[in-house]
Every structure is written in C-alpha cells, then in structure tokens.
Design a protein around this ligand. Structure first.
Ligand SMILES: *[C@@H]1O[C@H](CO)[C@@H](O)[C@H](O)[C@H]1NC(C)=O
Ligand SMILES: *[C@@H]1O[C@H](CO)[C@@H](O)[C@H](O)[C@H]1NC(C)=O
Length: 239
C-alpha cells in the first residue's frame, strides 16, 4: 500500500479525476442514441404465421463469419422440417475483429428497410460471398472501395433500381443506429461469438460452432415430445 502523508492533495486529485471523467462521459453521451429502440432487434424468418406456442430459436450471426455461414443451411433445414412448430429470429452481431462485419450488417439493415422480404436473401448473399470481405482480402483496399463493392453487389441482388437507395442508405444515420442496436442487443444478451443460438431464451452450449441437422433434431425432438399435443388456439403473428 502507498504511504499517504498528505491527504488533501489526494482528495483534490480524486475530485479532479472525477470531474474529468464526468466531462468525458457527458461528452460521449452527445453521440449516444435513444435507447431502448422503437422496435425490438432481429429479423423474423419466413412469412408464414408462427404459432405462439412455437419453440423459439434466436440465432446471433455475423454475415462475414465462416461459422455463421456454415451453420445456416442446417438451421434452415431444421426450420423446414419442423414448420410452424419452430420459429426463428436472427440477430446480427458484427464482430469487431471482422473489418467489414459492421458494413455488411448495415447493408442487411438497409435492405430490410427497403424490402423486408429480401432480408434473408441478402444475408445469404453475404454468406456465399463473404470471403471477398475478409480482413486479408480487403487489406490493401480503401474502406470507400469496399463499401462501393457492397453497394453494387447488394443492388444486383435486390434489383438495380435500388442502387441509389442502397447507396444513400450508407449515408443515413438511422441505418447506422439500427446496426449499433444489433450490436448492443447482442452485448446485452451476453453474446460474444457467432453463431450463438438461444432456445426459448436459454443459450445452447458450443457457441461459435455450427450445428448440423442431426444436432438440431437431438435438441428439438425431446422438447416437442415434452410439449404434448399441439394446441391450435394460440395462433398469433409473432412480433
Ligand atoms: C422484394 O423482395 C422479394 C424477394 O426477393 C421480391 O420477390 C419482391 O419482388 C421485392 N419487391 C420489390 C417491390 O422490389
Ligand atoms: C497487399 O499489399 C502487399 C504489399 O504490396 C502485398 O504483399 C500483398 O500481397 C497485398 N495483399 C493483397 C490481398 O492483395
């Protein structure tokens, strides 16, 4: 422990430090956004009615993460298999060590604003072409040129007429904020790797690795067994 001979300078120092911290914190609040957000984070998969009784899978994915990409086809297969008994909400978690995770996630939010039916199409496009946006592949490219590439490609997928809207989406503060909300929501749920899955609110072990279809069956079949006969009275639109 430090010998403290004179107390008052220490108190003065602490007060100054506190003041400095206070100023820093209030300054950073200038760019903080209004939370909670107006809409719950996440994209609901599929357009069919979802049984309120359904088993809810929440998937946290990063569009430029290889394990998220590998986890996607078996998850889709499981959804097809279980139909309305299982519902999926996808949350984007742009991981800070993937240089273009935030821009890719933002592109998905932009598309969701323009045509929500194309949301998963664009997520799948990123999964398929994510290697173009890996750190090593973009090392010598400017951020502007990578965003350019993202805008062009996204517009090809959702329709060339959307080019201008996709481009201006990247200058729209709201799409930036939505993507930040996705990140913050993931942090709030304690998620720090992708893919991470929650089942009816509880996290599945082995975050960060892909589950195959057999794994999903092993997890979901017993739950369906325990639920007993399907009730038809409780049908709502999910969200
Ligand atoms: C929205 O996206 C869906 C799925 O890609 C497509 O079928 C539909 O034509 C799009 N709607 C518009 C208005 O672009
Ligand atoms: C980036 O530039 C360095 C130095 O010129 C070169 O050695 C490297 O191969 C380049 N990487 C890519 C992915 O183009």
């Amino acid at each position: 422990m430090m010998q403290r001979t004179k107390n008052s300078p220490l108190i003065l120092q602490s007060a100054l430090l506190f003041l400095l911290l206070f100023i820093l914190v209030s300054k950073s609040n200038v760019c903080a956004q209004a939370l909670p957000p107006a809409k719950l984070d996440g994209f609901v998969y599929g357009r069919h009615r979802v049984n309120w009784d359904a088993i809810l899978i929440e998937a946290f994915v990063d569009p430029v993460c290889p394990d998220s990409r590998d986890a996607w086809p078996p998850l889709k297969q499981a959804l097809e298999h279980y139909g309305s008994r299982v519902a999926l909400v996808v949350h984007l978690l742009p991981l800070p060590y993937h240089d273009y995770a935030f821009a890719s996630s933002r592109a998905i939010h932009i598309v969701n604003n323009l045509n929500s039916s194309a949301t998963f199409e664009i997520l799948e496009w990123f999964f398929k072409h994510q290697e173009k946006f890996y750190n090593a592949q973009t090392l010598n490219l400017s951020k502007a040129s990578v965003i350019d590439e993202i805008v062009k490609s996204v517009a090809e997928v959702v329709g060339k007429s959307y080019y201008g809207a996709v481009r201006s989406g990247f200058n729209d503060r709201n799409t930036d904020l939505k993507t930040r909300v996705s990140f913050k929501y993931s942090a709030l749920r304690g998620v720090y790797g992708t893919p991470t899955f929650f089942l009816n609110g509880f996290v599945l072990p082995d975050a960060g690795s892909a589950l195959d279809f057999a794994d999903w069956k092993t997890i979901i079949d017993p739950l369906i067994g325990r639920k007993g006969p399907k009730r038809e009275d409780n049908v709502h639109f999910f969200l």
